[in-house]
Design a protein around this ligand. Structure first.
Ligand code: 0A1
Ligand code: ZN
Length: 880
């Protein structure tokens, strides 16, 4: 396929569909080798035919057309056109029944889009454009229809037959086959269609909705995983209750099914009534899943469930509106998780992930607005920007409107648009109407890319007790957008006195103070806010709760930061003050290392670290976050030219110094967190385990046989995966014989468990030992490595290239060559996964000229490959 064939789709070219489909009757004769699909579509014309009849064009890929009938009459070859991507009827009637028979080969489908085989089952993935790989259809989200699906398969090898909606009939057929008929009463776009068939077992429970209806909940897995579904099922029930309580949303079908599959491109999929999940977000047992795994399962189960209203009942008009459902649903799942655990710790984790993955994307050649204006391959836009910046945009709306008006806006949105396919504009309009606000400037968040920078200056005047904050906003150029208009930004802030007390906030012109935390609204390039009645120069507490996805600069002194860290009422600001100090320190050390000066960790840093460590009033999980140093990749973001070696050395120097200087305190804190009862994932001690394992990692950074002994002891005695990995992780980066012993015994213990073996690959891939590249190359040849399994690819190739900055960016360029080799192999297997692996190369301009040249060369090599998939082509071409 030549590159010029890859067409760009533009938002401005949107046209309403020429034909609509009312009902879809699908019938499948399932088998992994050949599946026969018969589709009966009731179609009506949706355009003004007086100006000429437009052709009906159905999308279709990788299909073998067997027959085509219009109103019962078989069409002659000349009466239609088929090519590799479509089927067209030049002049169809106003209303008609089209019957299309096709054949597909699920077993050959390694792209995992459409109908494919995973282990002992067949399953589908239709978002974004996979339905066209099952049958010919107007495969776009604004064509919504009612589906009835008949499945037929061999009863012995395929006892379970599932599709969307309600089971209406099932029974036996001759020759050992059987059938099931499913009907989904809700109109839906094709991307929400799903079928699962195979040898599965399930666990079930029931949920009584707020109006008293009984819903049957079922989780389907392979037999060997039957005892690992309980947590997913409980999480689902919590999510259903939460959506009723927080948003008044009730589930609408009689059953809700979740299926776990081992081969899946993403996290999970919200198909109506029949979610398909990557098994890593379903399966958990105390021995094999970490606290983080438990947490991620709850979050993803919640996310897919919340889509039932934000995505399924109200869907997207076109794929440019993807954030309409994804940003909103991310916001909803974040809030759900915050309510299920510690809200501040959850917020910090979300900010960290935004900064470490979305900010870099927004500063790269792949930067795009939350609502992109064009794409080549839509699968490439399931991005951190569309999802997570999109979630932040919704959060800002809540901050600007207040919780109550925001909730009223949600209600209004559901009331107005249930059953429709709409744009982001309709959502924001509902918010504007409910909150009686003008949100036209706010819309720029959807259409302008780039991370805004707020530069804050202040001025205190003792004469009149006034204090003025001047906030300037700017936003760097991004592809296609050299100039930016100012954004409408909520800046939540407060003021502290020198003792750390919160001061009442009274703006000039106001008659009395109003609270100690306020939302300042920025609309102009520069805004000033004057506060009155202040007896001394206050310390500003800015961007509380990270109220906007921006970078902020204010010249804080070390004393200011100490004060915020210990006294601010906002946990995010307290955490952030510590991070700013750590970044300052490490950047200073990097400069020392680069210029050959002696690098030493400041005494004051060790002191404040010690104070925190010994502060037993703080929540353990929060403390663990506060004591964790900024990641190497976050530090990289703070540099003009990224120097991976100096970053690694400087950060390790701090870790080792903390470990040496605070050995006693770390050991005591670790012991204070030691388990006193057998592990339970919901024992409320996840924060304790995190802190304990963090202390161990500092002790290991300092080196010495004692720490290694402590690691091995924990590794051997652990009764849960969190503690087991808490010991294995530092051992994996330690050049000691215990490393090999631990890795080998871990493998032997877990060789039958895919999820755990993924972790085994990952911990070797992210080892900071200098020979990691060689070990990764050897692991590629390991019998358990499989390029066709996305989780395995992510656990080795993804983990090394995206989670091991210093080794991947080795100045020799070996890491780069390794990655492009794997991308080229994946290109022919699974283009979506191949494209996702390109991320590190898109950041090439941020490095020194040697590395730039080496990465560029690999991008060029990829682009020169004949037969490059659209997914890979688009990202590689845009990266250069
Ligand atoms: N809508 C899903 C994500 C998803 C997108 C694409 C997929 O296959 C290409 C699969 C899942 C979600 O937000 O969870
Ligand atoms: Zn989603």
């Amino acid at each position: 396929m030549s590159h010029c064939q890859h067409q760009t789709i533009h938002q401005k070219d949107y046209k309403v569909p020429d034909y609509l489909v009312d009902t879809v009757e699908l019938s499948f004769d399932l088998s992994p080798e050949h599946t026969r699909v018969v589709s009966r579509l009731a179609i009506h014309s949706n355009h003004d035919r007086s100006g000429g009849v437009r052709p009906l064009v159905l999308d279709g890929e990788e299909l073998t057309l067997l027959s085509l009938k219009l109103d019962g009459v078989e069409l002659e070859q000349g009466a239609y056109r088929v090519d590799g991507t479509s089927l067209a009827l030049p002049d169809p009637p106003e209303q008609f029944l089209l019957e299309v028979e096709t054949r597909i080969s699920p077993k050959e489908n390694s792209a995992l889009s459409g109908l494919y085989a995973s282990g002992p089952m067949l399953c589908t993935q239709c978002e974004a454009e996979g339905f066209r790989r099952i049958t010919y259809f107007t495969d776009r989200p604004d064509v919504m229809a009612v589906y009835t699906v008949t499945l037929r398969a061999d009863k012995a090898s395929c006892p379970v037959l599932l599709a969307n909606g309600n089971l209406v009939e099932k029974g036996d057929l001759p020759d050992g086959r059987h059938f099931a008929v499913w009907h989904d009463p809700f109109k839906k776009p094709s991307y929400l269609f799903a079928v699962v068939a195979g040898e599965l077992v399930h666990i079930a429970d029931s949920f009584t909705t707020m109006s008293g209806r009984q819903v049957r909940l079922e989780i389907y897995v392979e037999e060997r995983n039957k005892d690992k579904c309980e947590h997913a099922l409980r999480s689902l029930m919590r999510a259903m209750r939460w959506d009723e309580e927080q948003f008044g949303r009730e589930y609408d079908l009689d059953t809700y099914m979740v299926v776990a599959v081992d081969d899946f491109n993403m996290g999970a999929m919200e198909n109506k009534g029949l979610n398909v999940f990557n098994s890593r977000y379903v399966l958990a047992s105390p021995e094999s899943a970490t606290d983080d795994d438990y947490q991620a399962i709850e979050e993803v189960i919640g996310h897919e469930y919340f889509h039932n209203w934000t995505g399924n009942r109200i869907t997207c008009r076109d794929w440019f509106q993807l954030s309409l459902k994804e940003g909103l649903t991310i916001f909803r799942d974040q809030e759900f998780s915050a309510d299920m655990q510690s809200r501040p710790v959850k917020r910090i984790a979300d900010v960290k992930s935004l900064r470490s993955a979305q900010f870099p994307e927004d500063a790269s050649p792949l930067a795009h607005p939350v609502r992109p204006e064009s794409y080549v391959e839509i699968n490439n836009f399931y991005s951190m920007t569309v999802y997570h910046k999109g979630g932040e945009v919704i959060r800002m709306l809540q901050t600007l409107l207040g919780r109550e008006a925001f909730r009223a806006g949600m209600d209004l949105y559901f009331e107005r648009h249930d059953g429709q396919a709409v744009r982001v504009d309709e959502f924001v309009q509902a918010m504007a109407d409910a909150g009686r606000r003008d949100l036209s400037q706010f819309m720029l968040w959807y259409d302008q890319a780039g991370t805004p920078l707020l530069t804050v200056r202040d001025d205190y005047r003792a004469e009149d007790g006034s204090y003025t904050l001047t906030v300037a906003q700017s936003c760097p150029s991004t592809p296609g957008q050299p100039e930016k208009k100012p954004f409408h930004i909520p800046l939540v802030m407060g003021l502290l006195d020198r003792e750390g007390n919160e001061l009442p906030l009274q703006l000039a012109g106001e008659t009395e103070p109003a609270g100690t935390s306020r939302v300042l609204e920025l609309r102009q390039e520069t805004e000033t806010f004057t506060f009155t009645g202040l007896g001394e120069r206050p310390v500003p507490s800015l961007l509380r709760n990270f109220s906007a996805p921006v970078k902020l600069e204010y010249p804080y002194s070390d004393e200011d930061l100490d004060l915020l860290m210990t006294s601010d009422s906002d946990p995010f600001v307290r955490w952030e003050a510590g991070q700013v100090q750590a970044v300052k320190l490490i950047l200073g050390l990097i400069a020392d290392i680069q210029s050959g000066r002696e690098a030493r960790v400041k005494e004051s840093f060790i002191d404040s670290f010690r104070r925190l460590l010994c502060d037993d009033r703080q929540d353990r999980a929060f403390l663990a976050e506060a004591l964790t140093l900024p990641t190497e990749s976050y530090l990289a973001e703070q540099m003009q030219v990224i120097d991976p070696d100096a970053i690694y050395q400087a950060r390790e120097l701090v870790r080792a110094t903390v470990g040496e200087r605070l050995t006693a305190e770390l050991t005591a804190a670790r012991e204070g967190c030691a388990a006193r009862a057998p592990y339970r994932p919901d024992d409320g001690l996840a924060g304790c385990r995190r802190l304990k394992n963090l202390c161990l990692s500092y002790l290991m950074a300092a080196g010495g046989q004692e720490a290694i002994g402590a690691c091995m002891a924990q590794f051997k005695s652990a009764d849960n995966m969190t503690d087991s990995l808490g010991a294995l992780a530092p051992l994996a980066s330690c050049a000691c014989p215990e490393r090999e012993e631990a890795l080998a015994s871990f493998y032997e213990r877990w060789r039958g468990d895919r999820g755990v073996i993924d972790k085994w690959f990952t911990h070797q891939a992210i080892s900071r030992l200098p020979d990691t590249m060689d070990r990764v190359l050897a692991l590629l040849e390991h019998p358990d490595f499989d390029l066709r399994n996305p989780n395995r690819v992510r656990s080795l190739v993804g983990a090394f290239s995206q989670g091991n900055q210093v080794r991947f960016h080795d100045a020799s360029g070996r890491g780069y060559r390794f990655l492009s080799d794997q991308i080229l192999r994946l290109n022919g297997i699974n283009p979506q996964i191949a494209a996702r692996m390109l991320t590190p190369f898109s950041r090439w301009r941020r490095f020194d000229s040697n590395r730039q040249g080496l990465m560029k060369k690999e991008l060029e090599r990829i682009l020169a490959e004949p037969g490059l998939a659209r997914d890979v082509y688009e990202l590689a071409a845009k990266s250069l």
